[in-house]
Write a protein that binds this ligand. Structure first.
Ligand code: IPD
Length: 264
């Protein structure tokens, strides 16, 4: 994993520079994807192309799955699959909000073994290897020490489908009176890193794609958080919860009670 992480860091750092440079220029090429609110810019595509080219050069035998161009399905042949979100937080990127990131993870046989999340606006960087811990620029991360849900600062995110958003809004209305407060920063990879360093006590979201959580999920796991779905199901498109062990069970039960994984 260490070697894969070194490649990931090198490629993500250059990708973040490209994203930042393109942000300094006028963003003219904006289109929508799954719905009118799901935007993509020329930078998302250019950064992904750059990442894929560099991975092909540095690691010719590996496969790649990316947000914009798709790619390889998970394999079980012992090969490495890279999972790329060229710009996580595209809406923030569009508005110039400094909360967007390059997310790059290396997966072997369906398990993420190395990941890096680089905030392209601020340069902050979070890394993790499976079994090797999670770090923010050399500082080991251990998550939040919070133990009660009513004192929990919870992060979350919303999908792009209007019906899903309506359900997510209804869920929040029931959660909000039960926790300290709720934040929605707009980049799942960074939310997971914030939970890893205790800047959020916990995080949950329904509807994430692998590129949103592959790297950040490993950072959270290696910081000691429980990263899971509900009802013993692994984290996935239905639900991802990342919480310190001391509050995971209580949060899990509350999310189940308010049907956070339900709806469209
Ligand atoms: C989105 C962000 C957002 C989350 C959405 C994601 P994108 O990714 O991570 O915070 O709530 O579910 O789709 O579109 O900015 O790469």
């Amino acid at each position: 994993p260490g070697e894969l992480l070194a490649v990931a860091v090198e490629v993500a750092d250059r990708a973040a520079r490209t994203a930042r440079r393109m942000r300094a220029e006028a963003i003219t090429d904006v289109s929508t994807k799954t719905t009118d609110t799901d935007v993509v810019t020329a930078a998302d595509r250019a950064v992904e192309r750059q990442v894929v080219e560099e991975l092909r050069r540095l690691r010719p035998g590996d496969t790649v799955l990316g947000e914009e161009y798709g790619g390889a399905a998970a394999g079980d042949d012992g090969g490495v699959r890279w999972i790329v979100d060229p710009i996580d937080g595209t809406v923030n990127y569009l508005y110039g909000l400094p909360q967007y990131a390059v997310s790059l993870a290396a997966e072997v046989d369906g398990t993420v073994v190395a990941g890096v999340v680089r905030n392209a606006a601020t340069g902050a960087e979070w890394t993790a290897t499976l079994g090797g811990g999670a770090f923010r620029e050399g500082r080991r991360l251990r998550g939040s020490a919070r133990t009660t849900l009513d004192q929990t600062l919870l992060g979350t995110g919303f999908g792009y489908d209007p019906a899903r958003r309506a359900h997510q809004g209804a869920v929040l209305a029931r959660l909000l009176p039960r926790v300290r407060d709720i934040r929605r920063f707009g980049a799942a990879a960074l939310d997971l890193c914030m939970a890893a360093e205790g800047a959020l006590d916990a995080y949950f979201e329904k509807g994430l794609n692998p590129w949103d959580h592959a790297a950040g999920g490993l950072v959270a796991l290696e910081a000691g958080l429980v990263v899971s779905g509900l009802g013993g199901v692994p984290a996935g498109p239905d639900m991802l919860v990342a919480a310190p062990p001391a509050i995971f069970a209580e949060l899990h039960d509350l999310l189940t009670e308010v049907d956070a994984a339900g709806g469209p």
